[in-house]
Design a protein around this ligand. Structure first.
Ligand code: PGA
Length: 254
């Protein structure tokens, strides 16, 4: 059976109050929505409130980051078990902004992934992508393969565990520079071929989604989701407008 497409809203900007208002609008708009899987990822300070608001909603709640240790606490970090306690069902790992600002590397993202998989019931959304220089020098595929192989190298997948790989070219995040959908499809295909080599065809079809992120909005999303290997989108800026997010999600099954 074909999996539903996935829409992930990365709510980076809104304040606590704005997030609450936004979540209430989302609850209303998406009350009977079934055409795609929809996830919103608020700031950690808003996760509990948003989880409460969306308790009966088909829209799931995710986090923007997780720590890689459960047993050894680290000041300011949130372990996956606590995210689960707050009803998070998804978590974004290794977003470019975290890699860039906090120098998170593939080894850290791998450890975060393993720690998320240990608590089960949370779907990791692993972010990978190339810089503009890497793209221009023709190294994109090599960079993607290297990231996948490093991050997923120690993963033992059980049959219920889902994993999302978010392909976000770094130069397209928050810039309005949209990649040609055919190039995104090419990259998604490269990612899937590599995943199949590691996990096998059936498991990749049933348990993995490869999505695209970077300057997506309701005007351009259709050209991405009609591509064979793109199973959804991660949306930053455009996702903090409930009407826009609804439009984007509604285009997933068209
Ligand atoms: P954007 O953000 O849609 O505003 O480019 C994407 C992201 O958060 O990765």
């Amino acid at each position: 059976m074909k999996q539903k497409k996935l829409v992930v809203g990365n709510w980076k900007r809104p304040t606590i109050k704005e997030t609450e208002i936004l979540a209430k609008k989302i609850k209303e708009k998406f009350s009977s929505f079934i055409d795609a899987d929809v996830v919103v990822c608020p700031n950690n300070l808003s996760i509990l409130e948003v989880s409460k608001i969306l308790e009966e909603s088909p829209v799931k709640v995710g986090a923007q980051n997780a720590y890689w240790e459960e047993k050894n606490p680290c000041t300011g970090e949130t372990p996956p078990s606590m995210l689960l306690e707050a009803n998070c069902r998804y978590v974004i790992l290794g977003h470019h902004e975290r890699r860039h600002v906090f120098k998170e590397d593939d080894e850290m993202v791998k450890n975060k992934l393993l720690s998320v998989l240990r608590v089960r019931d949370i779907v990791p959304i692993i972010c990978i992508g190339e810089t503009l220089d890497e793209l221009k020098s023709g190294r994109r595929d090599y960079v993607l393969l290297e990231q996948i192989q490093h991050i997923l190298s120690d993963v033992q997948l059980n049959f219920n565990q889902k994993i999302v790989v978010n392909y976000s070219p770094i130069w397209a995040i928050g810039t309005g520079n949209v990649i040609n959908p055919k190039e995104a499809e090419e990259a998604a295909q490269v990612i899937k071929i590599n995943l199949r080599e590691v996990f096998g065809y059936d498991l990749v079809n049933s348990n993995f989604k490869v999505i695209y992120g970077g300057s997506i909005n309701s005007e351009n999303v259709h050209d991405f989701v009609v591509q064979e290997n793109i199973d959804g989108v991660l949306v930053g800026g455009a996702s903090v407008d409930a009407d826009e997010l609804y439009k984007i999600a509604s285009l997933m099954s068209k």
